[in-house]
Design a protein around this ligand. Sequence first.
Ligand code: PLP
Length: 409
Amino acid sequence: MYDYVDFFSSEIDELERRGGYRTFLEIQRRAGEFPAAVKCGPGQGRRISVWCSNDYLGMGQHPLVLAAMKRAVDEAGAGSGGSRNISGNNRYHVELERELAELHGMEEALIFPSGYAANDAALTVLAGRLPGCVVFSDELNHASMIAGIRHSGAEKHVFRHNDTDHLEELLAGTDPGLPKLIAFESVYSMESDVAPLERIAELAETYGAFTYLDEVHAVGMYGPGGAGKAAELGLDGRFDVIQGTLAKAFGTAGGYVAGRAPVIDAVRSFAAAFIFTTSLPPAVAAGALAAVRHLRRSDQEREQLANRARLLQGLLREHGIPVVSEAAHIVPVLVGDAAKCRGVAAELLDVHGYYVQPINAPSVPTGSERLRVTPTPHHSDDEVYAFAQALNSAWHRLDLPRTQARAAA
Ligand code: PLP
């Protein structure tokens, strides 16, 4: 008889041999003290500082968000009690969708249990239902977009990362009569670079393509009221769908798409991953709504983060520590070797109490392993200096290469 357990054990053994086995550091986040956290498991009780959170602005502990969530739990209880279609459509869901549509200057928005589900569901429907649709996808698109495109069954062409000449070549080589969809991100989180949004908008207009823009790492972070990178660059209204998450700058959980009413209605009506799943807990929607509303009014968190990110980038430049790109708030520190990447992260944690998760293949190509460092408005300037110093000493101890400018100096 087939030994199923043995099969999966050998799969895991093989993964471990290839160095790809994942372990998770167990931490207790402490509301009001972020980025401080307390370590669980080995070394239990030790206070650490988190430098790799996607709670970019610390909204996960903002008093307005916490109060809104507590109030909603008292009012509405824990879960939503159903899918949106069957008793799970709460006032908070509806208000949140209205707020998100307004934020992006779109007719409608639709929320999902996660940003992953939003991409998977929306792209499955949009690319899948347009007859003969051809998809053009940036090579560094997130796994959730890749899944949605695959599930759509549409023909796909992958263009080189942010390479609009390559995109144009592929568009020009496609039958002008066919529907086309370009899927891309604004801020790429592993690179911290920004897509050439204006050129992509122009190409889409020239070739008659539908545009699907993932602003997961940009919503709440850039543009007027946190409307995203496209809005910051004055390109609002140039893209058909803006997709975002509530789990990063907005500090809670869930994802969404926003666009013209018939487009969003099609996703609402045809996406299995929207229809056949329980809606977000009302308190999560209420917390997200409070975060979106606050960040529409307040620039303070965004400005503080920009200052901290600039300070860290400058210090790393002085130390000659290579950073992949400085175009956005994420600071991806290039190590270029899986074992050394784990080594730097271990030293930062064990010696200094700084938690940065090493990013290895398949999340990034082998040979480009990195530490994806995310400063926040809640890391003080002193902490930024201390972190840069700690990284510099780990760099020195592991004898890692410095940038050329530093080597020359
Ligand atoms: N899109 C991009 C570009 C992402 O990086 C992520 C998550 O990191 C997602 C979508 C998924 O968002 P969520 O974490 O809300 O599922």
